[in-house]
Design a protein around this ligand. Structure first.
Ligand code: 5GP
Length: 217
C-alpha cells in the first residue's frame, strides 16, 4: 500500500461562488492534483479555450458519447449538457492522482455512488444570495436573464448542502484555498476496505524481530 492514494475531490456550488478559480489554484498548488475537464454543449465564454476549460461539443456528438458509455456521469445544467470522461478519470486514479471536479449537485451524487470511499465533496458558496448576485453582475459574462436563471439554480443547489462532506463559505479567497488544500491532503489518506485488509494482513505477518518471536515465547 502506498502512503497516499488517488482520490476524487468534488467541488460544487453556485456559478460565481469562486469555485472555478479555487479549483485551478488547487491544481497549481499540488503535483498530485489534476483537474477533470468536462465535455459540454455550452458555447465557450470569452477567453475560454477548448481542452483547457472544457471540451466544447455539439448536442449530437454529446448524445453519441452518452450512447458509447464515454461518461462516468452527465447532467443537464442551465439547459446545457455536461459530462465527465470515464477513461480519463480511471487512468488518473490508477496514477494515484487526486482528481478535482468542478461539477454540479447531480454529478456529485453520481460520483459519490460510484466511488463511496474515494470521493470527498465540498460545497462552495457565498455568504448570501445578494453577494452572489453582485459577483455575477460584476463578472458580466451573462445577460440579466441568464443571471436570474443562475440565481434560481443556486437556490436549488443550496438545498442539497447536507449531502456534502464540507462547506466552504468563500468570503476570503486565501482562507478558502487553505481550507481546500487541507481537504485535498486529507482525501488522499482515505482507504478502501480491501486495502485496509491487505495492510492489516501484512502488518500482522511474521516479523522475526517482533511478532513471531513474541508469539513463539
Ligand atoms: P458553467 O457553465 O458555469 O461552466 O457550469 C455550469 C454548471 O455545470 C456548474 O455548476 C458546473 O459545476 C457544472 N458542471 C461542469 N461540468 C460538469 C460535469 O461534467 N458534470 C456535471 N454534473 N456538472 C458539471
Amino acid at each position: 500500500m502506498t502512503d497516499q492514494n488517488g482520490s476524487l475531490l468534488i467541488l460544487s456550488g453556485p456559478s460565481g461562488s469562486g469555485k472555478s478559480t479555487l479549483c485551478r489554484e488547487l491544481c497549481a498548488a499540488f503535483d498530485f492534483a489534476t483537474l477533470s475537464i468536462s465535455t459540454t454543449t455550452r458555447s465557450p465564454r470569452e477567453g475560454e479555450k477548448d481542452g483547457e476549460h472544457y471540451f466544447f461539443t455539439n448536442h449530437e456528438s454529446f448524445q453519441s458519447a452518452i450512447h458509447r458509455g464515454d461518461f462516468l456521469e452527465w447532467a443537464r445544467v442551465h439547459n446545457n449538457l455536461y459530462g465527465t470522461s470515464k477513461s480519463w478519470v480511471e487512468s488518473a486514479l490508477a496514477a494515484d492522482k487526486t482528481i478535482i471536479f468542478d461539477i454540479d449537485v447531480q454529478g456529485q451524487a453520481s460520483l459519490k455512488k460510484l466511488y463511496p470511499r474515494a470521493a470527498t465533496s465540498v460545497f462552495i458558496t457565498t455568504r448570501t444570495s445578494e453577494v452572489l448576485r453582485e459577483r455575477l453582475a460584476k463578472r458580466a459574462t451573462e445577460s440579466a436573464d441568464a443571471i436570474e436563471t443562475r440565481l434560481v439554480t443556486a437556490a436549488e443547489e443550496m438545498t442539497r448542502i447536507a449531502e456534502y462532506d464540507y462547506l466552504i463559505i468563500n468570503d476570503n479567497f486565501e482562507t478558502s484555498l487553505t481550507a481546500l488544500k487541507s481537504v485535498a491532503i486529507a482525501s488522499r489518506l482515505k482507504r478502501g476496505e480491501s486495502e485496509i485488509a491487505d495492510f492489516t494482513a501484512r502488518w500482522n505477518a511474521c516479523d522475526p524481530q517482533n511478532a513471531c518471536a513474541i508469539r513463539k515465547s
